[in-house]
Design a protein around this ligand. Structure first.
Ligand SMILES: [Zn+2]
Ligand SMILES: [Zn+2]
Length: 237
């Protein structure tokens, strides 16, 4: 910053210079002093409404969007801060006004851009699994005697569905993937074997019953090389 020298482009003197030019002239010749793509794409799952950003599917819609936009901002402004204002929506595109403030050669600068965020529907892997026949654990709820006590069966189903609430927040595979009413009871499919067993640990105490497990080999885990199994757990209640 040399305030005594003049700008070779506009001839003004007494202004702070940045890379030899006054800030106005520098910015006029360098539109890339702030670069944000005017279209950004974001994949979202229409079923669970999670977004795919930074390599993972996460909820917290608006937060993820702001983070994503921030990660696309490239600027020469020093000590800059970015503010993001959501605007109108048009079809699958949402518009945002991005204001970046910072300094250039010691002078305060505020720049504004409008960008469009295009939301792209894509089913996330967990929802895809839920829609398929995939499961790791099948829990077969069956009555102890010949008669089916429907109320007991229903309460047992609810118990299993809610048992893993705390786990599900960070580990969606812990959810019950699907139910199936069969002639003599209910089949409950879990996305995770660990989660199913955890739910059943609490279950056997509450319902004073026993479980019977049988495993089926389903293949090898590509990343670990370990054998992968499915488990069928039958429970008489
Ligand atoms: Zn100038
Ligand atoms: Zn999903």
């Amino acid at each position: 910053m040399t305030p005594s020298r003049f700008c070779p482009k506009c001839g003004e003197s007494g202004k702070p210079l940045f890379k030899g030019f006054c800030v106005n002239c520098y910015m006029a010749d360098h539109p890339n002093v702030l670069e944000i793509p005017d279209r950004i794409e974001l994949e979202y799952c229409p079923e669970c409404l999670r977004n795919f950003a930074h390599g993972e599917w996460a909820s917290g819609h608006e937060d993820t969007i702001h983070e994503l936009i921030r990660s696309k901002v490239r600027t020469e402004l020093e000590n800059h801060s970015v503010s993001i204002e959501p605007g109108r929506e048009q079809g699958k595109v949402r518009f945002y006004t991005i204001v970046v403030t910072g300094t250039l050669g010691g002078e305060e600068v505020m720049l504004e851009r409008k960008i469009g965020l295009r939301m792209i529907k894509k089913q996330c892997p967990v929802c895809a699994r839920k829609d398929s026949t995939y499961y790791e654990a099948l829990v077969q709820l069956r009555p102890k005697g010949k008669e089916i006590d429907l109320d007991r069966l229903k309460s047992a189903m609810n118990f299993l569905r809610n048992a893993n609430r705390a786990l599900i927040k960070n580990h969606r595979e812990a959810e019950v993937f699907r139910y199936e009413r069969v002639k003599n009871g209910v089949n409950i499919y879990f996305g995770s074997m660990k989660a199913a067993k955890k739910a059943l640990q609490a279950f056997v105490k509450t319902y004073a019953c026993e479980t019977n497990e049988s495993y089926t080999l389903v293949g090898l885990d590509k990343s670990t090389g370990k054998r992968r199994y499915k488990v069928t757990i039958s429970v008489r209640i």
